[in-house]
Design a protein around this ligand. Structure first.
Ligand code: 48H
Length: 260
């Protein structure tokens, strides 16, 4: 047999995985911003924050990042944005076409993969297969997240006494979409009210989601569909401009929090 590949063996491969992951994980046990949810809003926030040198973690329960951005709607993989949302396609180098005046359509896999790639390349720590479990609070602020490996929640009840771990941070962004999972941990303790998102009304919803992207509790910023859930805003269906713009706005707010 002609040897084509280098001689690294099983033990070297195992060491490289364990050491590299653990070293990176340890360096993010304390960070500037933790974004829970790696869909379009969370990834946009991650890219902007990490590009500005803010130490950012993206915590995602799925194996894959991208959330609902892989498909446009109705299981069809075309992503739409309304102007000026196409500026994000321009920034990411996503080819698109103007379908009608001010309405742009692109390949969802192209847009989604380029956004994931941009967040990684900007330097965000991408932590997949991690399910957000709870918040850490200190002195009336959200000061971290409690997380566990996603498969732990799928274990039979008899063996689920697997404690999670916590990561400390200066600011948490809830980018978990319709369920607003982070905000819901505060709601369940009567520390925050959530109205639940309303019926679809694209022209109203997109503007309001961006406008209402904000710090809803000290140390907790909402972005994307979670904003609609918190404020009872109409849903916007399969169009993504406000998700991307809301992510950008959340990043600006989080950066101000981090810089005090
Ligand atoms: C870790 C978690 C957890 C958890 C969930 O749903 P997303 O794509 O969210 P957005 O807000 O960036 O985009 C919403 C958009 O995709 C959409 O659905 C629209 C526009 N709908 C409009 C309408 O009318 O219905 O991504 C959320 C991410 C996903 O990747 C989840 O896996 C992840 O959050 N997530 N991650 N721990 N407990 N829960």
């Amino acid at each position: 047999m002609q040897e084509y590949f280098a001689k690294a063996s099983e033990k070297d491969i195992t060491r490289s995985i364990v050491e590299e992951f653990t070293t990176e994980f340890l360096s993010y046990v304390e960070s500037d911003v933790i974004i829970v949810g790696g869909g379009p809003s969370g990834l946009t926030a991650a890219r902007d924050l990490a590009s500005n040198g803010i130490r950012t973690v993206v915590l995602e329960s799925n194996n894959y990042f991208g959330g609902g951005f892989w498909l446009g709607g109705y299981l069809m993989n075309k992503a739409t944005v309304r102007a000026p949302g196409q500026k994000f396609f321009d920034e990411l180098g996503v080819p698109y076409k103007e379908y009608s005046e001010g309405l742009y359509v692109a390949s969802a896999p192209s847009a989604c993969s380029k956004l994931i790639s941009a967040a990684c390349d900007a330097g965000a720590f991408m932590l997949n297969m991690n399910k957000f479990d709870d918040v850490v609070t200190r002195n009336g602020r959200v000061a971290g997240v409690v997380t566990n490996w996603t498969p732990v929640s799928a274990l039979p009840r008899a063996i689920t006494c697997v404690d999670p771990v916590a990561l400390e941070t200066k600011c948490v962004i809830d980018a978990t979409g319709h369920d607003a999972v982070v905000a819901n941990t505060l709601r369940s303790r009567n520390m925050l009210e959530l109205e639940g998102f309303g019926p679809m009304d694209v022209p109203t919803s997109e503007d309001l989601v961006v406008e209402k992207t904000s710090e809803v509790f000290p140390g907790l910023v909402l972005t994307g569909m979670a904003v609609a859930t918190a404020y009872g805003l109409p849903r916007m269906g399969p169009t993504f401009g406000s998700m991307l713009e809301s992510g950008r706005r959340a990043a600006k707010i989080a950066e101000e929090i981090v810089k005090g």
